[in-house]
Design a protein around this ligand. Sequence first.
Ligand code: MG
Length: 334
Amino acid sequence: MVERVSGKTQSDEDGDARLARPAPIEKSRRASSSPKARAQPASKYTKKTIALVYDFDGTLSPKPMQEYAFLPKLGVKAEDFWAECTRVAKAERADPLITYMHLMYKKAKEKGLRVDRKDLVAQGRDVELYQGVENWFGEIERYVKALPGANGVTVKHYLVSSGLTEIIEGTKIYKHFANVFASEYWFDAYDLPFPKRVITDTGKTQYLFRINKGIEDLGESINSHMDEDARPIPFANMIYFGDGETDVPSMALLKKNGGHAIAVHTPTRAPAGSTKDVRSAPMQKCVELFNAGRCDFYAPADYRKGSDLFKRTCLLIDRMVADIRVQEERSGLG
Ligand SMILES: [Mg+2]
């Protein structure tokens, strides 16, 4: 679950993503067009999909998604609501995610408000996104397409969130995801909606395996053995984007299996004239994740083309594309 506190300011960090592109790929592209290279057997290497997997709350959006419409509708202060969730979960020894899903509707019922699936989807329209998020998906896809030697490499975007599927469905960026794995309600099971699926911090890793194995249908078991060779998206082709402690299991899984992770934090701006190193709590958390080897990079959650986040993501993509080309070259030998 998200670190449910955030203070937001805007970033003034900018840069040029093209600077990040390495030259060796261009050299090797020229080499592969020689007559000798053309005589090589056609590549049998098929693992040319890169998956970018995002957490939602605190990563793509500054605040937990329930704070934009649901809690204001109830007239409940966000900090009071999350404090109550923590208190109840502790007292009852309940899962904190099931507790928040339960409390949301308990409070709605107390206020005489009936909220159904359609209402939650409509609330997605109020969810605020970090700067540049809306154009990020297209910009990344364009970057990959233009990379020398990236012939046939494609990018897919996935969301794995402890938040609510219904609210995410209503956001402007829903259409960009190849698949969304998030917590969800069962609306017609009981008087109060009942959790149909709860995605905990560690539970998120199941969905990374689903992407890895190509078993995205939730009706299918994920546990059967599958040889590495048979898995369509190797962990090495994935980047996970998260913002804190709740993302540690996902980051750790990818990092231990050759994949990548980037931590993001609320952009901060140093006061004018200040030379002091201003580290907000969210940024400090990213530094801790970085120092603990949980992520390859961290950056302000500024998704505009040319931002540090864009440049660092492109650097990892450059490396993945180079690795894919190496595998392709090898697959034609022996
Ligand atoms: Mg989060």
